[in-house]
Design a protein around this ligand. Structure first.
Ligand code: IDP
Ligand code: MG
Length: 139
């Protein structure tokens, strides 16, 4: 399936000037970056984006972290882009991430894990629309 997915380069990565490094990995794996914007989420926006996790113990920390520094929001396109990007990202916990994945190579911890990628067709559409509304990300 030819798909689009929503990617975020998270604050820990933008702070360490890793946008280019991560983009290189994305492109080397055959995904095309068709839209990209650097922005800073406020607390309310971060809460809305991660509202599915609002019952989790890590939710408050996650909101504080995601609104602490700028992020780079992207739309990626390609064959099976959603699943493919999840594979390129690696496991949520970088200690469990496979060799060659973004998280294995650059992530700091389970929270500061450098990237986000949509996990389903439905959520990809939802997340792309979310960032279109707040920042006119297109693609
Ligand atoms: P995912 O980003 O791999 O899809 P999710 O379970 O959807 O992982 O969690 C969303 C984000 O919340 C993670 O990427 C990470 O930044 C943070 N997170 C998830 N689990 C933990 C945890 O156990 N401790 C701290 N932060 C976590
Ligand atoms: Mg997730």
């Amino acid at each position: 399936m030819f798909e689009r997915t929503l990617s975020i380069i998270k604050p820990d990565a933008t702070k360490r000037n890793l946008t280019g490094t991560i983009n290189k990995i994305i492109e080397n794996n055959g995904l095309r970056i068709i839209a990209q914007k650097r922005l800073k989420l406020n607390e309310e926006q971060a809460k809305k984006f991660y509202e599915v996790h609002n019952e989790k113990s890590f939710y408050n920390d996650l909101i504080e972290y995601m609104s602490s520094d700028p992020i780079v929001v992207q739309v990626l396109e390609g064959d099976n882009a959603i699943t493919k990007y999840r594979e390129i990202m690696g496991s949520t916990d970088p200690q469990l991430a496979e060799e060659g994945t973004i998280r294995k190579q650059v992530a700091i911890s389970k929270q500061e894990n450098s990237v986000h990628g949509s996990d389903s067709v439905e959520n990809a559409t939802k997340e792309i629309n979310f960032f279109f509304k707040i920042a006119e990300i297109v693609g």
